[in-house]
Write a protein that binds this ligand. Structure first.
Ligand SMILES: O=C(O)c1ccccc1NCC(=O)[C@H](O)[C@H](O)COP(=O)(O)O
Length: 196
């Protein structure tokens, strides 16, 4: 199962996450987030990363030229897009992307089966709040292309057994405070994923 740690704001956390064994690092380019990072600061981090780690840029209701510009400036490889208001023209994106499904009910999952999507809990602030998606909504759903986010931590990952998620995404569950990750929590999170 793939693992992404989101809300990276500094090099130390990025390197600790990689040492723990994650596949992808998420950078939040949404200015209202406490985990916001300036694109050129993100680039400085990315330039010091080892190979084979995917860099993911998170956007909230942005147009495609902004997304292209930030991904270029910050050297991102994948855009993770919340697009509730249809601002993004996906046809003119220069980068691979994954859409975020902010799940409010099981129907949201049924509609997105078979597509690579990141499923997060619906929160007004758009993410990073530690709120979980009701796991029973995934019963009888094909989760093999879904990345589950929202309220995951080292203790509750065992609940995912049997669902066959493509990946998991975490932010607050491995933090000491908003925007600062905890090395031990990241190590334990990765270990717990491998035990699913
Ligand atoms: O993390 C944020 O501050 C954030 C702000 C606005 C939109 C999305 C945001 N995070 C997106 C993520 O991918 C988080 O990892 C995801 O919401 C799960 O967060 P958590 O429940 O804290 O693990």
């Amino acid at each position: 199962m793939k693992i992404k740690i989101c809300g990276i704001t500094n090099l130390e956390d990025a390197l600790n996450a990689i040492e723990a064994g994650v596949d992808a690092l998420g950078f939040v380019f949404y200015e209202k987030s406490p985990r916001y990072i300036d694109p050129f600061k993100a680039r400085e981090i990315v330039e010091q990363l080892p190979p084979f780690v995917q860099t993911v840029a998170l956007f909230v209701n942005e147009n495609s030229s902004f997304i292209n510009q930030v991904c270029t400036n910050a050297k991102m490889q994948l855009a993770q897009i919340i697009d509730d208001d249809n601002y993004t023209d996906f046809n003119i994106l220069n980068f691979k992307y994954i859409k975020v499904v902010r799940a409010k009910e099981k129907k949201d999952l049924i509609e997105n089966q078979g597509n690579y999507v990141l499923v997060d809990a619906f929160v007004e602030s758009f993410g990073g709040e530690g709120k979980r998606v009701a796991l029973e909504w995934f019963d009888n759903i094909d989760c093999s292309k879904m990345i589950l986010a929202g309220g995951l931590n080292e203790s509750n990952l065992k609940d995912l057994k049997g669902y066959n998620f493509f990946g998991v995404d975490v932010s607050s569950g491995v933090e000491v405070s908003k925007g600062k990750k905890d090395k031990t929590k990241m190590i334990n999170f990765v270990k717990a994923v491998k035990e699913i």
